[in-house]
Each structure stands twice: as C-alpha cells, then as structure tokens.
Ligand binder design. Structure first.
Ligand SMILES: [Fe+2]
Length: 438
C-alpha cells in the first residue's frame, strides 16, 4: 500500500494506514499524543512496521536519555519484523539504530539518503528537520527541505507543513523576508501549523520587532496555544522574550507561569526553555521567587547529565542560579568525562559544550574574567551543540554581562556595539550599551 503521498508502506490493513495518517498529522501540528494514536493501530495490527517506526521516531524527537530503553525495545520488535519491511522502512530502522548508538550525525546522514530516494516521506522530512535543529545545522535546515520540495505539489497532503519547515530553515540562514513570506503561506494552508508560526516569530526576534511580534502571537494564539499543543510552551517562551526585551519582566514571568512552565514536567526540552528564560532574568538580577528551585530540583532528579551538551548548559544555569555547588561540580565532572567519548555528543561537548558549561560555572563564582575568556573563542561556533540563533543568544548575553561586571569595560563596549549593530532598535541592546558606556 501507499500512504497519502504515494510513499510505499508495508501495511496489511487499510485501517492501520488510516490511523498512521492521523498520528502523523498530530505530529505535524505537535498536537495531542501521537504515540497514543499510533498505539491504537498497533493494538489491532502488531505487525504494522511503519507504526513501530513512527513510535520510535516520536521517542527520538525528545532527545533524552530517558527514551533509550523504550527505543531499544521498539528496535528489537522491528528486527523481528524485518522480513515484512520494505526498503524504505528498513532504511528508517537503520537510521533509528544510529541514534540509539549515539551516532546522531549518522542518523541525519541516513535520513538524507532515504529522502533522496523518497522525498515525499513526510515523517522522514520532519524528523530530519528536527535532527538538523538539534545539530544547529542551518544549511541543512533549509537544504533538506529544498531538496525535497520539487517533488511536492501544492495540493499534496502535508505540503503546508513542508513550507513551515522551509520557513524556519530560511530564517536560520538569515533570509528573513523569504522566511516570513514562506511561513505566512504555510499557515494560510495549515492554520494550526505552530512550527510556521514559530518560524515567523523567529524572524521578528532576529529583527527585534517586539511590539509587532507580541500582537502577532496574540492574534493567532488560538492556532498555536491550544490545550493539547505540545509545542505551545516554546511559542510562549518566544512571546516572553519579546516582552523581556521591551523591559517587561513581570509580564515575562506571568507567561513563564502560564505557558512556559505551567506544569513541572520532567521533559528536558521544556526545562531548557524555562532555564533559558529565568537565566535571562538572572543576568538582570531580577528575583524570580521559587521558580529556580523547582527547576534545579527537576534537573537534579533527571538522569540526563552528559547526554546532550545543550541540556547540560541549561542544567548548569539552574545549579548556578540556586547556588547548588555540589550539583554543579557533579555535572561538571560528568561533562568532562563525556569530552572523551565517541559519538555525536562527545564531539559537541569537546567543541563547545564543556567550555560553555565551565563558563557558566565560572560566572556563578563571579569569576567574570574567566567566564569571558572561556566564552569568547566558542561563542560563534556554539551552533555545533544545536538550538536556534534565538536560543544560543543566551551565550552572547552571558558574555556581555560578564564583561559588564568585569573591569574590562573596553570589551563590554565592543560587544554591545556589535549587538546594537545587529539590532539597532532593540531596547534591551540599547540598555546594555548604555551600561557599557556609563
Ligand atoms: Fe524557537
């Protein structure tokens, strides 16, 4: 059988494929629980290979150590079903195995090859896109979708979501006008495409269009902040950043409570946005009440240290902000050990993760010169450990704050000059410059 985009699927039952399409659409919109949906198909059809593959991908998309045992169990089932799988499905399984081994880059490469063969594989496109994001690979965020787009037509099921992904890739590559136009076209076709909404929000963040962005997020809130939207926390995070740069920390904290950290979920992706928002406030010496304590405790309870360098940086921020020096030292030791490891996270840690974690720890000890010296050489290659420009701005903000608090006023002036040249109208950037030149 073929799915709705003509991609071959080895399903025996039409009902399995029908449920797969529903689950995939939920994943495209980041709404509901795609695993719960696909499990209905697997309960009725345990040999549904694509159902198991889909389930495995959803686990990988969380990018946590916590999913590994379940992922390996799914891969064991897929090994048993390999005789029933088609070539595309076997390529998916091979890609997923790479991730389970810690070769995240290998999974990206495997999905690239798979997509050259099957450019209308919407699941592979979205997962590839997310993997490119976790690697901060802006060229491939745009390129992966660009390679597939000529194989798609406007009327194809899922075309709008492809445009949403393309919009984000364009934004990360700095093609802001094209990104915004593509993102707006995407949610005209798929109004609930919260990823397209997010791509346009990123354009506004990079261009410091805060007032307009706040109105834009509010006007379309019913399309991205539904109760079952699993990505809403991140779009709320962007909304809070717009307020923060307009010097409205109270409003940012209200959004933190309502949207960014409405529930104390032990999910790293959600925790890192929470930490990133609170750290921006911490750099401004703004009291956030007990919020840091809740978050730092969640980091301590999680068994995720040394799994993904980008998460380690945010965990260190929580420990530093709460003065948890024992937890900070333990994290540092684990990250130092990870530096020698094979696998993609070992590379990320060596290249940027370890220096940045060390710098955050030094910042916490008020060793601002040390923090500056450690951050200066790595700040422009921090994309290696993933995230977006907007997320990695936290590295630049930390560096500038360290410079402002150190006797090295010349560096503070230089760095704030750089920042205002990129965002001449951003009130926060202008504030920093004023502090540097006082
Ligand atoms: Fe974002």
């Amino acid at each position: 059988m073929d799915d709705m985009r003509g991609t071959p699927v080895s399903a025996a039952k039409p009902s399995s494929l029908e449920i797969y399409e529903t689950a995939l659409n939920a994943f495209n919109c980041y709404r509901g629980d795609p695993v719960e949906i696909i499990d209905k198909a697997l309960a009725d059809d345990p040999g549904f290979v694509m159902g198991h593959i889909f389930r495995a991908h959803i686990h990988v998309s969380l990018w946590e150590r916590s999913v590994l045992s379940e992922l390996n169990a799914i891969l064991a089932i897929l090994d048993e079903l390999s005789g029933a799988a088609n070539d595309r499905e076997r390529a998916h399984v091979a890609a997923l195995k790479r991730w389970a081994w810690g070769d995240w880059n290998g999974m990206r490469a495997a999905l690239d090859r798979l997509l050259a063969e099957y450019p209308r594989d919407l699941l592979a496109l979205q997962m590839g896109h997310l993997l490119d994001f976790y690697h901060g690979d802006r060229e491939n965020l745009r390129g992966r979708i660009a390679r597939a787009l000529p194989h798609w037509n406007r009327d194809d099921k899922g075309y709008g979501f492809i445009l949403g992904m393309q919009a984000f890739g364009l934004e990360e590559c700095g093609a802001y006008d094209e990104a915004e136009e593509t993102g707006r076209r995407a949610f005209e076709m798929e109004p609930d495409d919260c990823w397209a909404q997010h791509a346009v929000a990123h354009v506004m963040e990079m261009q410091a269009r805060q007032d307009e962005a706040i109105a834009f997020m509010a006007a379309r809130e019913h399309h991205w902040a539904q109760d079952d939207n699993a990505f809403a926390f991140h779009n709320w995070w962007h909304t809070a950043l717009f307020h923060l740069d307009q010097d409205r920390p109270v409003r940012a904290l209200q959004i933190y409570d309502r949207g960014v950290r409405a529930e104390p979920a032990p999910i790293q992706l959600m925790m890192l946005d929470a930490a990133a928002l609170l750290w921006r406030l911490h750099l401004r010496r703004i009291d956030v009440g007990t919020r840091w304590e809740e978050l730092a405790t969640a980091y301590e309870k999680a068994d995720e240290a040394g799994f993904y360098a980008f998460n380690d940086m945010h965990a260190m921020m929580a420990y530093v902000a709460t003065g948890r020096s024992i937890a900070a030292a333990a994290l540092l030791k684990i990250v130092e050990a990870e530096e020698d490891q094979a696998g993609t996270n070992g590379m990320m840690t060596r290249e940027v993760g370890l220096p940045i974690v060390r710098a955050i720890e030094a910042f916490g000890r008020e060793a601002y010169g040390e923090a500056m010296d450690t951050l200066m050489p790595v700040r422009y290659r921090a994309h290696i450990f993933g995230g977006s420009h907007a997320q990695r701005d936290i590295v630049h903000r930390t560096l500038i704050e360290a410079a402002l608090r150190s006797p090295d006023k010349a560096l503070a002036i230089a760095l704030t000059n750089e920042r205002t040249s990129l965002k001449p109208h951003c009130p926060f950037g202008l504030q920093l410059k004023q502090r540097a030149t006082q």
